[in-house]
Ligand binder design. Structure first.
Ligand code: NAP
Length: 255
């Protein structure tokens, strides 16, 4: 079994993760379970598989696991569900805005609906969640937000105009939120993964994967658990003097 770093203050910390059903979000949930955190997992479909994940996370050490069902396109429902949880169960102390979508297209063929949809999920929804939770963050001890951006939010990428714009926007939102709430001791940082082996990158052809490996100084895609380690660090007090920062985790791709 993989061994993880330990951040003892994450024990019992109530942390909401969006997009925890698979990929990077699922690995972040597992990592935080080993830290004995109280996990609040947002999902939009497949409740049975989420119940199985809940059991797995409890076995890994999570102090509690709650499942919140809402689609990030429906922010009224998200607001109701999150407020209900914070008022009736426990105030949320950490947020990982991880859920995201991509749909590559040459700009020549871009559809306005695709631009809107990608911005809705990757940018409007994370900002809405930060806004909903900000009132609760004022009442808890060491609140921290981690926004999962992307290296292409910094570098751009052909056929990813919408996705890059959404991820670049999230970095700006991170900095403004960090500045506004720093006086209240609320921290907020963004991470910019490069190529991480998940379903998102599995969709690439072998030829494309090989080409990308050659462009990464460390010569490989990253793993979700490497990203999860960074997220746990940023949620924990080990990063207590870091806010508004943008962390590349890309095997040197950006250099
Ligand atoms: P993934 O495997 O495609 O998983 C995406 C997650 O987001 C799923 O849990 C999905 O839920 C959820 N989601 C999508 N739309 C949603 C909606 N409308 N409402 C609620 N949940 C929604 O992606 P990943 O590779 O793990 O990526 C996670 C994050 O890292 C994303 O923000 C992505 O942009 C970023 N990132 C990934 C890479 C990479 O190489 N993989 C690199 C840089 C940045 P369902 O299961 O219901 O679909």
């Amino acid at each position: 079994m993989k061994t993880y770093s330990t951040f003892s203050d994450l024990e019992n910390k109530v942390i909401l993760i969006t997009g925890a059903s698979r990929g990077i979000g699922r690995e972040i949930a597992k990592h935080l379970a080993t830290q004995k955190s109280h996990l609040v997992l947002n999902y939009r479909s497949n409740p049975k598989s989420m119940e199985n994940l809940k059991k797995e996370l409890i076995d890994l050490g999570a102090s509690d696991v709650d499942l919140l069902n809402f689609d990030l396109i429906d922010l009224d429902k998200a607001k109701d569900v999150i407020n209900d949880f914070c008022k009736n169960k426990k105030p949320i102390e950490g947020l990982v805005n991880n859920a995201g979508i991509s749909k590559d297209s040459l700009i020549l063929r871009n559809k306005v609906e695709d631009t809107k949809n990608i911005l809705d999920i990757n940018l409007t929804a994370p900002i809405a969640l930060m806004s909903i939770l900000s009132r609760y963050f004022l009442k808890v001890e060491a609140p921290s937000v981690v926004n999962v951006s992307s290296i292409v939010g910094l570098m751009g990428n052909p056929s990813q105009t919408n996705y890059s714009a959404s991820k670049a926007g999230l970095i700006g939102a991170t900095k403004s939120f960090a500045k506004e709430l720093a006086p209240k001791n609320v921290r907020c940082n963004a991470i910019c993964p490069g190529f991480i082996a998940t379903e998102m990158t599995d969709a690439l052809s072998d030829e494309a994967k090989q080409r990308y490996h050659q462009s990464i100084p460390l010569g490989r895609f990253g793993s979700s658990s490497e990203v999860a380690e960074l997220v746990s660090f940023l949620l924990s007090r080990s990063s207590s003097y870091i806010t508004g920062e943008t962390f590349k985790i890309d095997g040197g791709l950006y250099i």
